[in-house]
Design a protein around this ligand. Sequence first.
Ligand SMILES: *Cc1c(COP(=O)(O)O)cnc(C)c1O
Length: 432
Amino acid sequence: MTSKKDNLSELQQKDLAYNWHPYVQHKTMQPPIVITKGRDAILWDENGRKFIDAIGSWWCNPHGHANKYISKAISRQLKTLEHVLFGGFTHPKAIELSERLLSILPHNQKKVFYSDNGSTAVEVAIKMALQYHINKGEKKDCIISFEDAFHGDTFAAMAASGIGLYTESFKGLLLKNHRIPVPTDENIEQVENQLKEIIKNNKAAAFIFEPILQGAAGMRVYKPKYLDRLMAICRESEVLTIADEVMTGFCRTGKLFACDYLEEKPDIICLSKALTGGFIPLSATTTTQKVYDAFLSDEVNKALFHGHTFMANPAGCAAALASINLTLSKQTEDNLERIYQHNLTFALELKDNPKVKNVEVLGVMLRFELNVNDKDYYGDLRNKVYDYFMKNRIIARPVGNVLYILPPYCITNKQLNKVYKVFRKTINKFVS
Ligand SMILES: *Cc1c(COP(=O)(O)O)cnc(C)c1O
């Protein structure tokens, strides 16, 4: 019998020799698949095998791979100006992008701070919130977030996150955080009371949340009206609200931003992932005039001493402007509706199936749970289902027993049907 290693391509062998991949135990992991080409919702590997990307490359790709309109915008920008330091300098694309973002975000957002990825967008948001209170003369020393939240892997982002696997090695080393349950019809009053108690007994700087859809928790949906109630409590008690729209931004939930479902307006919003169409690492932390003004002073140390070498990278800004044009196009509007309706039809079928539960459709997202006992995040069942998807040429990383899609908006009905078909087979194969 040949060992796994013998079947590896040269690129796979070299990859394992040199690269360190995220969220895997390298001792036991499967060799990574070498992707060499992409177009729309399809990725090709080095052997010409075709995969349907049903999760937009980890939620960052809204308009398909190697999108020509976006790549042209980047290429044009790179021939003019590839990068300039953002300290003491600026450039037209950063100005244009900020103006554009502020015109489409909730209208209380007035300033844009750039960084490189979702975690740093959150890091900046939390530092802004802490220093906001310090600058106003009150040191606050903790934050509030939801159970099972995910906000990234840097230190402040880890503190805000609630999924144990990502943070358990760093227990005791993180910023103080208080967690409240995600609100449901049953517990909303209890959650409100819990939030009030936490605010009363602690000095909380901010409440951070993934608005109405918790991604890494397994695409868990909750009601905007309950988030509104929790945000109102924060507003009344001078606790800043931070909407982490890193995953939900740019139409994932059906509206441009998940915050568009809310009556309350957050003080700070974090954007990344789909911001550049998934082409270039870029993120933005946006905020209100009130927060910004707390940093204005004759004292230099009241400024926000945070920056990144590649912040507001011109190619990233050009990509973002192009991606926003596509996002606001009639074609995207039609695609969003088409995918939503298609998902709804499949969801109706799933709702009649006792082998699945908790079926939800929100925007382009469809999720359901296999009715099984093994719910481990990276458990045995999860890994088997993942392998089964790969065998069937579907990229859709299950979360525990949760199967979901969050496809690029150009995915065709035929491709969606293929994904549904694999989901049906998965249900029958893995649920008795
Ligand atoms: C992915 C994600 C992050 C982290 O973004 P990275 O770019 O991976 O650092 C933060 N918040 C949410 C809600 C996310 O989905």
